[in-house]
Design a binder for this molecule. Structure first.
Ligand code: BYC
Ligand code: FE
Ligand code: FE
Length: 477
């Protein structure tokens, strides 16, 4: 598979063979750069960042490291190589050939899925645009920017699909993707959690731990798609996603380690008086972001999800590459979930498996999150503490789906509105918690130096030392 890097838009899709498409994307490029300059990381556009750029999709070849100014980053269009097995792996068209183009009857649904996926990518860059100003180290600053440029590339991946396969509608959608703004009252991003502000680095680590992990699961579901260009675009995006989740998972682990060290050093003192972030605040942030991401899976009982599965647009996690699911049509199967009945009690409710696809994907996601919790609790144990962090129940604090019309406590038990008001300050961050966390976010930008509230990582990026100059400032900060 040839990668063309000399063209304006690096790609392995033979873009130069389709002049009309190439011209349309080259016309979108300056609009994208304008958006990046306006909504991308504020204050660091002229600095040299030690970044990884995808230059080939082959194993080991897609991570090229060098200093680059972010607006000069080479955002490219890359599809994973064809898998060899060109058969649809699930749904009503199981076993038939995958599609190289969009079937007319599924055009609307596919466009909607691609636009929703696309919209999250620039949204996350917008949400994170001020974080550079309070970075705890050069290492972390560089990781933030790495995540940001790759989310920009994910937008390119989806815009390529819109331009190539959806004609004028697709080009209009691509324009709109640069117009909507995270948190804007009149023209917000599509999914709720992508309109939440991210004001501090603890929230950033929660975001990359939980939201990017939702991204992983949604991308895996789309990587099964019968629409082959979508499947191969998302397969390559998944390779980049691993680093985003690494940033979140290890970022939280480092905060937890530092807190544990402070607790151990002076057990009588409050962690706050030593400038650390207390465990109860960390737990509340986990509660907030974990539950916000559960909402991103959509309705627990969803006719949209059933349709997408039936049509072959969106499969389950590792549908065709694992033995997790024996029945790839998911017909004649049921899924039971406990939901509140009309008497206000929980009771078991059975729905057809296809309607439960959002929940099935969510199950895989929750299992994955639990693994990180186990690692973090091991960190606490290694520091000699018996404190433990947990994930709240999937019913807690939900805005979408079957649990959204009721109040639940952290353990998933129904509570009254009055009880909820009492629970809330101990379960979710308060204004005071946010203010405290922001108060410790003082930028630390000397090579090898780290803010007091976070432990250094185990190792540097791309085998570089911890005191490597991950960001070279144009002007001295
Ligand atoms: N917020 O059947 P339902 C990532 C709407 S993250 C607002 O329950 P469905 C990334 C829904 O639109 C991955 N509205 O849900 C991470 C529908 O509206 P209509 C992003 C919501 O359609 C970090 C109604 O409620 N990718 O990549 O089965 C950094 C009922 O719909 C929400 C994708 O999401 C919500 N949370 O599922 C950067 C994949 N949830 O029709 C990037 C593509 C539902 O009544 N998206 N609604 O007007 C999808 O597959 C589906 O759209 C969803 C929703 C899973 C999101
Ligand atoms: Fe992404
Ligand atoms: Fe990501």
């Amino acid at each position: 598979m040839n990668v063309s890097l000399s063209e304006k838009i690096p790609n392995n899709v033979n873009l130069s063979s389709d002049r009309k498409l190439q011209k349309a994307l080259e016309a979108w490029l300056p609009n994208y750069i304008d958006w990046w300059r306006a909504m991308g990381p504020e204050g660091f556009q002229e600095d040299q960042i030690y970044l990884r750029t995808a230059i080939s999709v082959e194993k080991g070849g897609w991570a090229h490291f060098d200093y680059v100014k972010m607006p000069d980053y080479r955002w490219g269009i890359f599809l994973a190589p064809p898998s060899g097995d060109n058969k649809i792996g699930f749904g009503d068209h199981l076993g038939k050939d995958v599609w190289a183009t969009v079937p007319g009857e599924y055009r609307k649904e596919l466009r909607r899925i691609i636009v929703t996926q696309a919209d999250t990518e620039p949204a996350s860059v917008e949400q994170q645009r001020l974080l550079g100003q309070t970075a705890p180290s050069l290492y972390d600053l560089r990781n933030l920017f790495q995540v940001n440029v790759e989310e920009g590339r994910h937008l390119w991946a989806m815009v390529y699909l819109l331009h190539s396969y959806f004609g004028r509608d697709g080009r209009e959608e691509a324009e709109d993707l640069l117009i909507r703004r995270s948190g804007h009252t009149d023209s917000p991003r599509i999914l709720e959690a992508f309109n939440k502000p991210i004001l501090d680095w603890l929230a950033f680590f929660c975001f990359t731990m939980f939201m990017d992990r939702d991204g992983k699961y949604q991308l895996y579901a789309l990587a099964e798609s019968a629409f082959d260009p979508l499947a191969r675009s998302t397969q390559f995006m998944i390779t980049e996603e691993a680093h985003h989740m690494f940033v979140g998972d290890t970022g939280l682990q480092r905060v937890i380690r530092r807190t544990a060290e402070l607790m151990k050093e002076s057990p009588a003192e409050n962690v706050r008086s030593r400038g650390g972030i207390p465990l109860d605040i960390i737990q509340k942030y986990i509660n907030e972001w974990f539950t916000a991401t559960l909402d991103l899976f959509g309705g627990d009982d969803s006719s949209n999800a059933a349709t997408y599965f039936a049509q072959g647009l969106k499969g389950r996690y590792k549908e065709s590459s694992s033995k997790r699911y024996l029945n790839h049509t998911a017909m004649d199967e049921i899924y039971s979930m406990d939901i509140p009945n009309s008497k206000g009690q929980m009771s078991s409710h059975e729905i057809p498996m296809r309607r439960a696809m959002n929940t099935v994907l969510q199950d895989a996601y929750i299992e994955d999150c639990e693994k990180s919790l186990t690692r973090w609790n091991k960190t606490l144990g290694d520091c000699g503490l018996s404190d433990q962090l947990t994930l709240p129940s999937r019913r807690f604090n939900r805005l979408q789906g079957v649990y959204s019309n009721h109040r639940f406590d952290m353990h998933g038990d129904l509570v009254s509105e009055e009880q909820w008001k009492k629970i809330r300050p101990d379960a979710l961050p308060t204004t005071e918690d946010y203010e405290y966390v922001q108060s410790v976010m003082i930028p630390v930008l000397g090579p090898g130096k780290f803010a007091n509230w976070i432990a250094p990582p185990k190792r540097g990026i791309n085998s570089q030392a911890l005191d490597f100059e991950y960001v070279r400032f144009e002007r001295k900060n």
